[in-house]
Design a protein around this ligand. Structure first.
Ligand code: ADP
Ligand code: MG
Length: 394
């Protein structure tokens, strides 16, 4: 991967442009980081009001598979990345014929398909939950009894708990599958979770890699609600094991860029991989405020071929996700702006809003990170912030 310094410019002498497929909040934070390093940025997203498109030098408003849009993006940019895994693989593959693309289309393809992802875990010797593929009518009877109670997940396009159904026993399976439109699914055994953690690694084209501290995640209704970093009282050998497995997974895909691996820690203390995201991850947002290098700067460095340095976490952090529900009081249909002044009055609160025009229930509108010298203090202020916003108690 060639090194692109910001000033290594096109014919007009302007700084080099880095491009991203998708214009949501992850792209917005990437764009901010890339611009801080001196790059111009381009975003391809069909939404005229996309959070990243509105803060970028160039916004290509086209479908993700539109040849003219892709050509325009490639023409302007020295290198390209993606902010979500559901970009059509052929689009990334075509872009790669024009410009360096990181991560590679093949790695994104693994991460966007649960069955392929789990098969890849197995190839790498990384344990995951027992599962089986449900692809057709015949599988309804033949799936192993040991997978119940389980969770039925669509193999593709699931996120934030969408595309999932709880399945208590085989008797529920057909109904759950019908509710998921009978698309290909995996049935995963429901595991007893002690906690959830995730690891974010960044890997350069030469194989050098660095990682953020292991963070602990709390989900509500399938959506990430709270991340704490460092993960409280996580046994160091377990943290090291998670980091080693994430790095192994990245290396095995010849991965370039930022990769997040979500893990379960089971009641017996063992570690099980859940899923991968081929991009920065919601659980790494705290790195913007609590680390000397954020996951988005790492993404920009990987893409531009710049050196990677190990991030150092300088503050304890608790991140709270801010969903659209916050804009609506209990049972109210009218949206009103949450009392930001009340949380900004607390020490160490960093508010990030993504510039989305319309608040909707379940929609990620922003996050806030509380930083403090000690984890107990970050937790105390986060509890107070949650209370002032009428978020569920921590
Ligand atoms: P998504 O792509 O929506 O993030 P996940 O597969 O990560 O889907 O599932 C969302 C959440 O559901 C997980 O973070 C975890 O809390 C819970 N979950 C998923 N799979 C299992 C499982 N096999 N056992 C127990 N809980 C699970
Ligand atoms: Mg997940």
């Amino acid at each position: 991967m060639p090194v692109h310094l910001p000033a290594s410019a096109g014919p007009d002498g302007a700084p080099a442009m880095l491009g991203v497929m998708g214009g949501g909040q992850l792209a917005r934070m990437f764009v901010h980081a890339a611009q801080t390093l001196g790059y111009r940025t381009a975003v391809l997203d069909p939404d005229p009001a996309s959070p990243a498109g509105s803060v970028s030098h160039l916004h290509v408003r086209s479908a993700y598979d539109d040849p003219a849009g892709l050509a325009q993006l490639a023409r302007h940019c020295v290198a390209l990345t993606t902010e979500f895994e559901n970009v059509p693989a052929p689009a990334l593959a075509w872009l790669a014929t024009q410009r360096p693309v990181a991560p590679r289309a093949e790695a994104v393809a693994i991460c966007q398909q649960r069955a392929a992802e789990k098969a890849h875990f197995a190839r790498c010797g990384v344990p995951c939950a027992p599962y089986a593929v449900l692809a057709g009518e015949a599988d309804l009877q033949s799936l192993d009894d040991g997978l119940f109670p389980g969770i039925l997940k669509t193999t593709q396009l699931g996120y934030d708990g969408k595309g999932q159904r709880s399945v208590a026993s085989r008797a529920d399976l057909a109904t759950a599958w019908t509710a998921l439109q009978r698309v290909p699914c995996v049935l995963e055994k429901r595991l007893p979770l002690q906690r959830e953690i995730s690891v974010i690694v960044a890997r350069a084209a030469d194989g050098q890699w660095v990682h953020l501290p292991v963070q602990q995640n709390l989900h509500r209704d399938g959506i990430l609600a709270v991340t704490e970093a460092p993960a409280p009282d996580l046994p160091p050998p377990l943290a090291a094991q998670a980091v080693e497995q994430a790095a192994r997974l990245a290396a095995s895909m010849d991965y370039v860029g930022v990769l997040c691996v979500e893990f379960f820690v089971l009641d017996d203390g063992s570690l099980v991989a859940n899923e991968m995201a081929p991009r920065p991850h919601n659980s790494g947002h705290y790195s913007l405020d609590a680390c000397d290098v954020s996951q988005f700067e790492l993404q920009a460095r990987c893409l531009a071929g710049l050196p990677l340095v190990a991030p150092r976490q300088h503050s304890a952090a608790v991140m709270l996700n801010l969903l659209g529900d916050l804009w609506f009081g209990a049972g109210s249909d009218a949206a009103s702006v949450p009392p930001w002044d009340r949380v900004l009055a607390l020490p160490g609160v960093h508010l990030h809003l993504y510039g989305k025009a319309e608040a909707r229930r379940g929609r990620k509108m922003g996050h806030l990170t509380v930083t403090a010298a000690e984890p107990a203090e970050a937790r105390r202020v986060a509890r107070e912030a949650a209370s002032r916003l009428a978020l569920p108690a921590l």
